[in-house]
Unconditional design. Structure first.
Length: 323
């Protein structure tokens, strides 16, 4: 029985020793091993066997982490007190240094960030603080990384989350924003009126051009019509004159005399009291006698003297037979 108790105690002691000497580290974890107070290295991931009597460990997380820096009051270059809070993202790159070189990583980084913030903000104006957050983020990251590098920690990013200017500055910014919006509205309205005036002028110009082109085409068409009408009238008159000439050439002098006498008759039947004849009345009577006697035309021409016989194709009797 005593032997059994002894064996049980030995087995239990062995299990306890095995449990204290066996550690498991995950993929993103490392174990910094201290042996008799001195760092002997980092181990992991996976199963790590330790000497439970002499070895002590500290677990380090290698994942990227962040912590929030609460609102910090800083004075800008133009003496404006502003409140800023931001986030710091960091990652442990040397587990041994992160344990040995710094006691409280987050506390040290928090105080360092507050100091760096005041230093960066104190060198720029309020307007730059409000408008150039990217530059502030980069400056804070560089300043923090210069210090944390010796701790085995890499500051990956710094993001300013909120900037609260003084109430008076906020009121001034509100008034400025309202004035800027009013200015933009006026500019937009003026630009719209300008574009409307330009479009109206362009429309009037196009209308004037179209009207002038229409009037020009109408004038051209009217002139072309008048030219065509004049040509047709001239052609009609020429045809009438040609036809009249043809008809006149086919008439003998008796017919002409008869028409002349008919014309005189119509003139005499008119209501006028004054008549203008193209020849003397005595010459007219003599011409009628000559025409009826067959001795000459109604009006003697320059090539046929008065009293000359008319050659109309008939045989004239001899003078002695008439006697």
């Amino acid at each position: 029985m005593i032997v059994g108790i002894v064996i049980a105690v030995v087995v239990l002691a062995a299990l306890v020793a095995l449990g204290t000497s066996l550690r498991i580290a995950r993929e993103y974890q490392r174990l910094v091993v201290f042996r008799l107070g001195r760092v002997v290295g980092t181990k992991g991931p996976g199963v790590v066997f330790l000497n439970p009597v002499t070895d002590r460990t500290q677990l380090v997380d290698l994942r990227e982490q962040f912590f929030e820096v609460p609102h910090q009051v800083a004075i800008t270059k133009d003496n404006a007190a502003i409140s800023i809070d931001f986030l710091i993202f960091y990652k442990v790159v040397d587990p041994r240094q992160s344990v040995v070189a710094v006691q409280d990583l987050k506390g040290a980084a928090l105080n360092l960030a507050a100091t760096a913030l005041r230093s960066v903000v104190g060198g720029i104006s309020l307007d730059d603080v409000l408008s150039k957050r990217e530059e502030i983020n980069a400056a804070l990251r560089v300043r923090l990384d210069e210090v944390t590098e010796r701790w085995g920690v890499k500051v990956t990013n710094v993001e300013v989350r909120e900037v609260n200017p003084p109430p008076t500055v906020q009121e001034a910014m509100t008034r400025q924003m309202a004035a800027e919006r009013a200015r933009r509205a006026l500019v937009t309205e003026a630009e719209g009126q300008k574009q409307a005036a330009v479009l109206a002028a362009e429309g009037e110009r196009q209308a004037a051009i179209t009207l002038a082109e229409g009037q020009q085409q109408a004038t051209v068409l009217a002139a072309e019509g008048e030219r065509q009408a004049a040509r047709l009238r001239a052609q009609g008159l020429a045809g009438a004159l040609t036809e009249l000439e043809t008809v006149a050439r086919g008439l003998d002098e008796r017919t002409l005399a008869l028409q002349y006498l008919q014309t005189l008759q119509r003139v005499g039947e008119s209501a006028g009291s004054t008549f203008v004849l193209p020849m003397e009345l005595a010459d007219l009577a003599a011409g009628v006698r000559r025409l009826l006697a067959g001795t000459g035309p109604l009006v003697p021409g320059p090539d046929r003297p008065e009293g000359a016989p008319v050659d109309d194709g008939t045989v004239q009797p001899a003078a002695d037979s008439l006697a």
